[in-house]
Design a binder for this molecule. Structure first.
Ligand code: CP
Length: 325
């Protein structure tokens, strides 16, 4: 595959491939010397038209750990502000001889369009509008597999997708505006889990009948059955405030509170892609509880994004034996 635009393009085998390669890079991450020469001589550019902390830092860290050179375009101080188009900005980057561009954009489909304009450059979607955030979906699945493998006393890499079979995953919060919800749903379903979307009607997409998921408005009824609760924040920047009567009501019905944490079945986990808004969709005590994997997700983001860059830029045909040399 040349680009990473959607989880849909990977399918089950592609997702497992990324997770397995990421396991090797997670091992590299645990070493004192974390840098490997796998992408020496390659140039990776980050082009973020929307704010980011985790995705940008972790893609840039991943590229540097693989010995690639990293160009980071600050859109706020670039010629985009003088009216330069996305196409001209991308063509300028292409002229600099880069190998991969990592794009976050407020418009759904911007990375796909970029991939049509750029012939010889790998395009990676770092979040496009309400559409998808594929590397987040991958790192969330990777983190959950790791946790379940540890519970089962097995190595994640030996399990493929088997630990997802029959698991019940509840994604709760602002589904309508969430690109993470779309990527997680595609990833978890491809791996064999049952996905439940939980939100007020006003925060559900209109087309969930085609998602192959269950839909509920009753989070409390899910707590004793769920193996994983994936908590999403209200996307105020996309107008979610107009979809709930008040933050207090949203919190009362759809937030992961300490009371709800106590009601989870033994072994159940909580994830959050970040950024978290403590006290709104997740209580501070839940965010800091060992069952909440939020910091592990951020840590794993580097290994998973190393795997994505490595697979796209080498085709994976260098062999992983060499990555630590
Ligand atoms: N999860 C996520 O995309 O976080 P950032 O917006 O900080 O990159």
């Amino acid at each position: 595959m040349k680009n990473l635009l959607s989880i849909h393009d990977l399918g089950k085998a592609g997702i497992i491939d990324v997770m397995n390669v990421a396991e090797s890079f997670a091992e590299v991450e645990r070493r004192t010397m974390k840098k490997v020469p796998a992408l020496k001589g390659k140039v990776v550019a980050t082009l973020f038209f929307e704010e980011s902390t985790r995705t940008r830092l972790s893609f840039e860290t991943a590229a540097k750990r693989l010995s690639a050179d990293v160009l980071s375009l600050s859109v706020a101080s670039s010629s985009v502000k003088k009216g330069e188009s996305l196409k001209d900005t991308l063509k300028t980057i292409e002229s600099l001889g880069i190998d991969a561009v990592i794009i976050r954009h407020r418009s759904s489909g911007a990375p796909l369009q970029a991939s049509r304009w750029l012939d010889d450059i790998a395009v990676i979607n770092a979040g496009d509008g309400w559409h998808e955030h594929p590397s987040q979906g991958l790192l969330d699945a990777f983190t959950v597999r790791q946790a379940w493998a540890e519970d089962a006393g097995v190595k994640p890499i030996d399990t493929g997708a088997e630990l997802f079979a029959g698991k019940r995953i509840v994604i709760v919060g602002d589904i309508a505006h969430s690109r993470v919800a779309r990527s997680e749903t595609l990833a978890y379903k491809a791996l064999g889990a049952d996905v439940v979307l939980c939100a007020p009607q006003t925060l559900l997409p209109s087309d969930t009948s085609s998602w192959g998921v269950e839909v509920t408005h009753d989070l409390d009824a899910e707590l004793e059955q769920a193996d994983l609760i994936s908590v999403l924040r209200l996307q105020a920047e996309r107008g979610s405030g107009e979809c709930v009567p008040s933050l207090r009501e949203f919190n009362a019905d759809f937030a992961m509170t300490t009371t709800r944490l106590r009601a989870l079945k033994p072994g159940a986990r909580v994830t959050h892609p970040g950024p978290m808004v403590r006290g709104v969709e997740i209580a501070s005590e839940v965010a800091d509880d060992p069952r909440c994997l939020v910091t592990t997700q951020v840590t794993n983001g580097v290994a998973v994004r190393m795997a994505v860059l490595y697979l796209l830029l080498t085709g994976g045909n260098q062999g992983l034996e060499g990555v630590g040399q």
